[in-house]
Design a protein around this ligand. Sequence first.
Ligand code: AVJ
Length: 330
Amino acid sequence: MLTPDRIGALARSSEAPRESGSLVGPFAHDLMRVLANRPRSISPKYFYDVEGSRLFDLICELPEYYPTRTELGILAQRASEIAALMGPRAEVVEFGAGSLRKVRLLLDAMDSPARYLPIDISGDHLQQSAAALKADYPGLDVRPVAADYTQHVELPPRMAASGQRVGFFPGSTIGNFTPDEAEVFLRDAARALRGGALLIGADLVKDPAVLHAAYNDAQGVTAAFNLNLLARANRELGTRFVLEQFAHSAFYNAPLQRIEMHLVSRQRQKIALGGECYEFEEGEALHTENSYKFTVDGLRALAVRAGFTPGPVWLDEQKLFSVHWLHAPR
Ligand code: AVJ
């Protein structure tokens, strides 16, 4: 329950609202709003607390989850080609500070990278990543930016003697946006990267059985990742979701070209939050994530609408995943 004490603690914690003007943190605020609405749909950004980030790292190692290893393979194979496009003294702006494995492939191949600017909503994760990278690249100016990159982000001005500024958005995280949101995000990125480029990974449409397996792994890690949203609410907001009373559901919605993840109530039940009581009917769902899949032409057309000029595209041999070089005009 959100007792007055708890609300006070939330307000003082790092989850405290900055501009929303509400009394409670963004997660509590959004979850209450979501539960009061039908159909119920919450942003997947709330998956990634410490436990959720740990589970996501496990997902990336699963035999069924091909995107991470496939994209790493493409980047490793094309690193020198990509580094040549980046040119000397480039600045790399990463949207979301990931595991750092991917950006290391770029930095190792680049000619005197000048600066690395990871943008991430989680300040702790960001500081850890930044420190780890600084130690390995002494000449590199590592400048973490703690911000929500799904909102408009102001970047520091380019360094005096630096080369072009290249955005890096791997992992097909672009697939979490609706098509309209993706266009807004890309238009913003094109503006921030003027005269440079964006290197972006996009998961491809493919046999629905392959997609289905990637989000319904045999070990149940993806199910645990999905259910962690409720576990997180229990930890942070004092809700009493009983995880066993919700089922993981992930399926490919072919007409909309996306994987959808839901948490489906196994029975009729009530959940208390912030002094309100919310009911789930048997079979009622909380929509937790969309993961859009793309064709090469579809991604390029989206990029054009957002103001980019598409350059080279690299795929793996099985055409599972794509990495695109998009020029941002001056
Ligand atoms: C990090 C958004 C790219 O959509 O595949 C993995 C998240 N969800 N398994 C994806 C995720 C379930 C992942 N992204």
